[in-house]
Design a protein around this ligand. Sequence first.
Ligand code: M6R
Length: 634
Amino acid sequence: MCGIFAVIGSREVSSIILDGLRKLEYRGYDSAGIATIDRSKTDQIGKLNIIKSKGKLIKLANLIKEKPPQGHVGIGHTRWATHGKPNERNSHPHLDSLAQIAVVQNGIIENYRDLSKSLKLKGIKLTSETDTEIIPHLIGLEIEQSLANGLSPNGQTLLIAVQKVLTLLKGTYAIAVIWSKAPNALVVASGQAPLVLGFGEGEFFCASDIPALAEFTRTFLPLEDHEIALLTPLGIELYDVDGNRQHRPPSLLEGTELTADKKNFRHFMLKEIYEQPEKTQFWIDRFLPMDLPLKNSLTFPISTYVLEKIEQIQILACGTSRHAAMVGAYLLEQFAGVSTKVYFASEFRYAPPPLSPNTLTIGVSQSGETADTLAALRMEKDRRDSINDANFSFHHLGITNRIDSSFGRELDNVIDIGSGIEIGVAATKTFLGQMLSFYGLTLLFASYRQKRTPQEILDLSNDLRLIPKQQTDLIKKHDSLSREIAHMFVETKDVIFLGRGINYPIALEGALKLKEISYIHAQGYPAGELKHGPIALLDKHVPVVSIAPPGVVYEKVLSNSQEAKARDARLIGVSTSGQGAEMFDELFTIPKVSEWVSPLLTVVPLQLFSYHIAAHKGLDVDQPRNLAKSVTVE
Ligand code: M6R
């Protein structure tokens, strides 16, 4: 979603801002803009330069190249439209009426209508449809007042004005503000939307995500909720919501995990699919070494009390993360015997189930920033904390790929899935990492609760250890097969995915992947549901993908697939070669494995299938239209 990059220092900043914004492109956006302050040679007052454009950053880069805006301080933004269409007028930065103050913002100001009304009553004309534009106008009014009261035009005056305006805003925000009369100042603030400060040599940065900073500095400090900072060429002053100066040491970014490189792949998504065997191996080495007993070897942040006493688990997640959670719920219930329910985080927040005692709440989010999931977790924490009864305590666990995210900061117990940064908007290797975390939890619960025999636990562990090699073979085989058949689906409008049991979530995930990147309508169903309605859609133009690994529901899925075949649907199977498989028009063969571990394999050909159809159609696979990597609004 929207991205912010801001910098202040002693060199020209427009190209630095562009580089920073490029690192945020993967989050998804539809317009972009920058503002710098060109400091006059004769006095301390600068001139605000603004360049904005609709569409991809390359357009903004060309405009900047034509007429580079001068300045040693600047702010940049990639906008993912919420309030108002993606056009130049609505793109950030937004200005006050005197065109002296420029603001970029992430998040949503919920009371912007009321604030707009009061601005209009003061004669201020708003020129965009955004919720953001009220902010520079409000800051402008505060500054006018401060100057009238005798304050000087400098960074402190800007800081005070922003502090006052923040008290008026309801909703979520991360903002960066510059003022042409204070060219040595940059003010940034965060309210439930992430911002990270970066400490360079003679220059200071702020961005909505660490990857944007990694090229410039490895010393960073995330802003805590409702903190505000004044950045100058000399340093950073940090304040809490009450205006108290804060002193926290920054952290050092280690390794290269956050710097993304496409290597020789055409798209990040394909590279990320290829990385899965290595990521699975990494997970096994970390969490499932050979030296059982498992109880000691799985180093998850989960207490013995939770493992032994919890009566049920509730999982909150969205999109692909929810599909991983569904695989997890199946495993936790069916293998480990713990009653588990998965909720859409966005629904849970407004229609929570009655409070249950002795419950573990798990939040799953690859980005760790999904607004719906964070809000649902916060709400659950609040309602449990408000009850003075130990049975209703907030036992929780987060599963994320971004330990540096709000998940990492707000939750005490977090599993880092360690998939490495994922740039493709369509989640692949992080989905795998999330599923693997649930396999770990399942083994842990099963062994603590003695629901399974030691042999059964050993069998599942050993089956998991074989997965990396099996995934490697699958990728090799099905990358070419998917590429070969992709052309057949260029005109396709609808696809149905069928799966049962532990592979029903994989049918949902296969359909979501196809929708997201190829813009083909696709729906996943439990295979048994086909005859209860969706079958009416079937004819030779509607292909059906059946996920049918060997196991208890194998024959059932094959029968459901036959029902589709009888309606002339083109049948694509994800199954073992052998008896029954001849019915498929196309077959993605998978090895004969235990049904428990099959989702770790069946999803792979589906990822490749979607990828090649989208690539064949010449679509923007890594940044599909309208989608964002980090969905930071409700
Ligand atoms: O960052 P999260 O895992 O919380 O994101 C949740 C969904 O927005 C996400 O899974 C979305 O569905 C992806 N684009 C899937 O490819």
